[in-house]
Design a protein around this ligand. Structure first.
Ligand SMILES: [Zn+2]
Length: 251
């Protein structure tokens, strides 16, 4: 069963507003619902949890989860203690007050100098493809790891018109990007692989296959140690041998 935990409170790195970041308590999915594609897209998983990039709904800027300062975990709200008429009289007569239980202050209080606006925290949202492009073309240079994450996302989004849902309809009717933009992005991702800044041989072979460089793709797949993801390698190699460069559903 998939259950959400209390969200983490983070600060938007741009506007410093308090945001909620969803957390999972438990996660499960049926293997039969799991569809994986040759470009790494899967249908399992919850994007708001798995996305390394989020968007702030206040300033609309995308940000990396890792860059957001973590303030703490939201505590479940406790119902206010009932102080009834008789309880008050009893306290007055006996002079005894109900013992307060010592516990950690809830996050709404000003601990660690945090302003008391946690209650106004808003749910962070999933970035749009425009946000991913903003991150790629932003003024802050990306590390090779982050550049590969962004380019992989753009590559996968650019394949959506080739992806057929289980009901037979495509994920998108028309390509999201021009062929040339998609090709340049894929070449840039390949370049990260060739400079050994990314080290995932199957992905490199799949990029080459989608660039119609079938023999190079097959050669890489042959060189991977025998036991390593043999089923995926076998399927991608078969598509390469068939001179097929389109994204494919894995079995
Ligand atoms: Zn913000």
């Amino acid at each position: 069963m998939t259950k959400f935990a209390q969200p983490t409170i983070i600060l938007c790195p741009t506007c410093n507003w308090h945001l909620l970041q969803s957390q999972l308590m438990s996660f499960s999915f049926r293997q039969s619902d799991h569809n994986g594609w040759t470009d790494g897209v899967t249908t399992s998983g919850i994007p708001i949890i798995t996305s390394p990039l989020l968007q702030c709904p206040l300033c609309h800027n995308p940000f990396w989860k890792k860059d957001a300062r973590v303030i703490g975990q939201l505590q479940p709200e406790e119902p206010p203690a009932e102080i009834g008429f008789f309880a008050t009289i009893l306290e007055t007569v006996t002079g005894k007050k109900k013992k307060k239980v010592d516990r950690d202050p809830p996050i709404g209080f000003n601990w660690l100098g945090v302003p008391n606006n946690v209650h106004n925290a808003v749910q962070s949202t999933l970035p749009t493809i425009g946000d991913w492009l903003t991150i790629l073309n932003g003024s802050v240079p990306l590390t090779p790891e982050r550049e590969s994450i962004v380019r992989r996302k753009i590559w996968q989004k650019g394949n959506d018109h080739q992806r057929i849902r289980s009901d037979g309809t495509p994920c998108r009717k028309t390509p999201l990007f021009s062929d040339e933009f998609s090709r340049q992005n894929l070449l840039a991702l390949l370049d990260l692989h060739e400079r050994n800044l990314v080290n995932e041989s199957i992905e490199k072979a799949e990029i080459l296959r989608q660039l119609s460089r079938f023999d190079e793709a097959s050669k890489i797949l042959k060189m991977i140690p025998h036991e390593d993801q043999i089923s995926i390698r076998f399927q991608i190699r078969k598509f390469a041998d068939n001179r097929d460069s389109t994204v494919q559903l894995l079995e």
